[in-house]
Structure formats: structure tokens, C-alpha cells
Design a protein around this ligand. Structure first.
Ligand code: FAD
Length: 258
């Protein structure tokens, strides 16, 4: 069986982040909090949980929700942040990035595109930030990507023949793809749904937006900080994004590990 050569692969130069889910808070009538200031459901949920600990719903200090959460972060009372979960769809990220990302365990859930089930003949690839824009480096990288994808397509076709005796075609394809994917590079694009509570996101973002982090995950972390700061400033406003000495963005956190 001959395999059709894939068309030139689509390349990603930036990740894409979409918010899939955010908390919906219902204030119980019998335990009303004296809310102050602007806030989102996720922020009110955390304030409600925090106030329950001391039954301070009457808000004796007259704090706004965001000031209350600022104090929570300052005091390191981070467990109340665990009530607010945010689900993000990440696209245009590489398999090497998600390999690092899924090391963050506490408070996270992941669902990632399967290379055993999904055909990667038309896979996209993520140009490593340090290579992007450099003609020579990018040329060498593209040549390798193209060759790997051609080999993948050819291997799948040959493996489908080799496993012709497997009656279930879905299973046969899975057997072929799971072996052929061995030649796909770390730069292969993937998609992943990540759900994390605000405390878990903060820990991950602190580590991965720092200057010591790998460039692609650092770029993603900076973007996620922007997205989550817009979602819930009370949880994420202490992240400061700046341009580092390497002329790329990084971020530092105000309250380390709450
Ligand atoms: C710059 C950088 C370089 C790295 N290089 C490497 C490398 O070369 N090789 C490598 O293997 N990894 C590497 N890592 C990954 C690193 O070792 C961690 O696996 C990753 O950062 C996740 O951190 P975490 O375990 O603190 O996160 P999480 O799993 O999200 O945990 C968050 C926090 O919860 C607590 N916690 C979670 N699980 C447990 C547990 N089982 N027991 C007790 N407390 C727990 C800890 O306080 C932990 O800090 C690197 C990470 C970074 C940021």
C-alpha cells in the first residue's frame, strides 16, 4: 500500500487559550455575606468559604472581595482558593510542553488528545520560540519535521498491512498509530483541557512563568496569567509580567505559595 504524502504541515507560533468553565456561585439566603466592591462568582465563592471559617459574613472590616482575597494571599490561607476551578482549552502547544505541564498534579485534571486514536498524518507542529524567525534554524527544523511526518504516514500504511489479520479496524488503526507515533517529534502540536483550582494554577504559573522555565511553557504561562487575571483578579493580580533580560516576557508572583 502506498501512502499519500501529507501537505505542508500547519505551524503554530503562538499558543491559543480558551476559557471553558468558571465557577457559578449561588449565595445562600440564610447566610448572606455583606459583599463590597466588584467581583466574579469564583472570587465570591472563595470569600464565602473563607468567611465561613470565622462566621464573619457581616464583613466587620468592610473589605471588598478583592481586598479580602489579597489578605488571604498575604496570610497564606490558600486553601480557600481551592474552591474556585477554571477549565482552559490549550491548543497550539507541543507534546514536550504538555509533558512538563502534567507534572503539576495537586488540584489539576487533564484530558489530552490521544496519539493512539487520532491520525497524525496532518498533524500541526509548534515552532520552538528560540528557533522561530531564524531562517537557518527554522529551515533545518522544518526539514526534520517534514521528514518525520512522511515517515509516520508511511509507517502507518505498512503497519495497517502488517496487522491485516486484526478484524477490528479501529483496533488495527490504533496498533498502527501507537507504533508509528514513535517517529513524531516533541514539537508535534497537541490539545489539552486543563482544569485547576486557583491555588493550583498559582503554583504552576509561578514555576512556569519564571525566567528559569523552558521558553514555550513560559510563553504559555504568561498568556494564562493574562487570561486568568481578566477572569478573577482577586486570585491572580499579584502576578507581575515583565520583560526579562532575554527580551522575552516572564512573570513574578507577589505572594509565594499561599
Ligand atoms: C524550571 C523547571 C525545571 C524542571 N526540570 C525537571 C527535570 O529536569 N526533571 C524532572 O523530572 N522534573 C523537572 N521539573 C519538574 C518538577 O520537578 C516538578 O515535577 C514540577 O515542577 C511540578 O511541581 P510540584 O511537584 O511542586 O507540583 P504539584 O504536583 O502541582 O504539587 C504542588 C505542591 O503540592 C505538594 N505536593 C504535591 N504532591 C505531593 C506529594 N505526593 N507529596 C507531598 N507533597 C505534595 C507540594 O508542596 C507541591 O509543591 C522541572 C520544573 C521546573 C519548573
Amino acid at each position: 500500500m502506498t501512502a499519500a504524502a501529507p501537505s505542508a504541515p500547519h505551524l503554530f507560533y503562538e499558543p491559543k487559550v480558551s476559557v471553558l468553565s468558571r465557577p457559578a456561585f449561588e449565595s445562600p439566603e440564610h447566610m448572606a455575606v455583606l459583599w463590597q466592591g466588584e467581583s466574579t462568582d469564583g472570587e465570591r465563592l472563595a470569600e464565602f468559604a473563607g468567611r465561613l471559617c470565622y462566621m464573619s459574613q457581616h464583613n466587620p472590616a468592610g473589605r471588598s472581595t478583592r481586598d479580602y482575597l489579597e489578605n488571604i494571599k498575604k496570610q497564606g490561607h490558600g486553601s480557600v482558593l481551592e474552591h474556585a476551578n477554571y477549565s482552559l482549552l490549550l491548543e497550539g502547544v507541543s507534546r514536550s510542553l504538555t509533558h512538563e505541564l502534567v507534572r503539576h498534579r495537586a488540584g489539576f485534571a487533564y484530558s489530552q488528545l490521544s496519539q493512539r486514536y487520532v491520525d497524525e498524518s496532518e498533524a500541526c507542529f509548534v515552532v520552538p520560540p528560540a528557533i522561530a524567525g531564524d531562517e537557518l534554524l527554522e529551515g533545518a527544523w522544518r526539514a526534520q519535521i517534514g521528514s518525520a511526518q512522511n515517515t509516520y504516514v508511511s509507517l502507518v500504511a505498512q503497519l495497517m498491512e502488517r496487522y491485516g489479520w486484526v478484524a477490528d479496524k479501529v483496533h488495527r488503526r490504533k496498533m498502527a498509530r501507537e507504533a508509528a507515533r514513535g517517529v513524531l517529534p516533541n514539537s508535534t502540536e497537541t490539545k489539552i483541557v486543563v482544569t485547576g483550582n486557583a491555588r493550583a494554577w498559582r503554583t504552576m504559573l509561578e514555576l512556569r512563568s519564571s525566567e528559569g522555565a523552558e521558553l514555550e511553557i513560559r510563553r504559555l504561562a504568561v498568556l494564562v496569567i493574562r487570561v486568568l487575571q481578566a477572569e478573577a483578579p482577586g486570585f491572580f493580580s499579584d502576578f507581575e509580567i515583565y520583560e526579562a533580560a532575554d527580551r522575552r516576557e516572564a512573570a513574578r508572583i507577589g505572594y509565594h505559595k499561599v
